[in-house]
Design a protein around this ligand. Structure first.
Ligand code: G3H
Ligand code: 13P
Ligand code: ZN
Length: 330
């Protein structure tokens, strides 16, 4: 099957009452680890690339790596999604590459730092929706801002989503999915103690727009075991906490359908490579340590696919083409 539109995948997740992980990728080993986990657990999957990933892979590589994932896994629905698009131009570029879904993060200006007004956010999101829907491509918007800064992305300030504004935003823009800010942040250093997330925001929005799937960014759990492996083999990460799986499960129960994970993949890879190279001082075949990294991504993502309830749902529906989606948007 070709790459599938995200709208259908998340609408199905609403029907089946489960969450779908959206995993950030930058290279072949990450994609292979994620796809092995999806294939073994029979999970639909969202592979997402940030602007940083597009730059790192020089764009063509990400396109063809996703095509390889499709060819290698004909029975798994796969979405290729742009993470944190900062402008209509970036979204157009991703759609031109064959992405079946884009995020326009209109909560921040094009510099990906300065928070925008509600009106500015609506305007740019509406423009992207108009452009993408004509081509059958799905759109995720964001209202409210997360804390944390990753490679220059993020204002560093938290502004939780106002549920009334969220309902208005969905109606004004026509987005297929909306990212809410409920207290999470990007990166490894999210919390010092077990977090309390603003779960009520999810239920307030779901009550009024149950048909629109909601998204949680900054959803890495930052497992202690991964931090320990990194530090045991020469790393120096400070004590930190992420979003526990229990909180994610609670959020899914309330209506979160897309769960964004990047940091946990990074930690798994870093730990595996540090461990391999520390234990094999004479090693210099990159396939050995990249292979260990790929295995670590597989293990980490497999646990999430089971935890989020995605496992077993790959064959629930016949994926639609972008051509068919165009008809739905008309
Ligand atoms: O939300 C940000 C993601 O973790 C992507 O990070 O821009 O460093 O690729 P990146
Ligand atoms: P983490 O940093 O928690 O993995 O979040 C990733 C994310 O939200 C990507 O958009
Ligand atoms: Zn994000």
């Amino acid at each position: 099957m070709p790459l599938v539109p995200m709208k259908q995948m998340l609408d199905e997740a609403i029907k089946g009452d489960y969450g779908v992980g959206a995993y950030n990728v930058n290279n072949m080993e990450q994609i292979q680890g994620i796809m092995r986990a999806a294939s073994e657990t029979k999970s639909p999957v969202i592979i997402q690339a940030s602007r940083g990933a597009l730059k790192y892979t020089n764009m063509a590589y990400i396109k063809y790596l996703a095509a390889a994932a499709v060819e290698d896994n004909p029975d798994i629905p796969i979405v290729l999604h742009l993470d944190h698009g900062n402008s209509l131009e970036t979204c157009k570029q991703a759609i031109g590459l064959g992405f079946t879904s884009v995020m326009i993060d209109g909560s921040l200006s094009e510099d990906s730092k300065t928070p925008t007004t509600f009106e500015e956010n609506v305007k740019v999101t509406r423009e992207v929706v108009d452009y993408a829907h004509r081509l059958g491509v799905s759109v995720e918007g964001e209202l409210g801002t997360l804390g944390g800064i990753e490679d220059g992305v993020g204002s560093g300030k938290v502004m939780l989503t106002d549920p009334d504004e969220a309902v208005k935003f969905i109606k004004l823009t026509g987005v297929d999915a909306l990212a809410l800010a409920i207290g999470t942040s990007h990166g490894a250093y999210k919390f010092k103690v077990k977090p309390t997330l603003a779960m009520d925001i999810i239920s307030k929005v779901v009550k009024r727009v149950p048909e629109v799937p909601l998204v949680m960014h900054g959803s890495s759990s930052v497992p202690q075991e991964l931090i320990e492996v990194i530090n045991k083999y020469g790393g120096r990460l400070e004590k930190t906490m992420g979003v526990p799986m229990e909180s994610i499960k609670e959020a899914i129960k309330m209506g979160i359908r897309k769960i964004n994970v990047d940091t946990d993949g990074r930690l798994a890879i870093t730990g595996a490579i540090r461990k391999y190279l520390s234990e094999n001082l004479d090693a210099f075949d990159p396939r050995k340590y990249f292979g260990a990294a790929r295995e670590a991504v597989y293990q980490t993502v497999k646990g999430k696919m089971i935890g989020f309830g995605t496992a077993g749902h790959a064959g629930d529906y016949k994926p639609m083409t972008l051509e068919e989606m165009k008809g739905i948007y008309k």
